[in-house]
Write a new protein. Sequence first.
Length: 44
Amino acid sequence: MTRTIVTFFSATGTTEMAAEALAKAGHAELYRIEPTERYTRLGI
């Protein structure tokens, strides 16, 4: 059995929504990459 994982980073939430849809469609696990320092609006 092959396992699939969708790994993503999303600062604003747009990529997160796409990753969730992709993981659901592919019956995959979802893993969010967290930055070591939080982004601010100015840093995006």
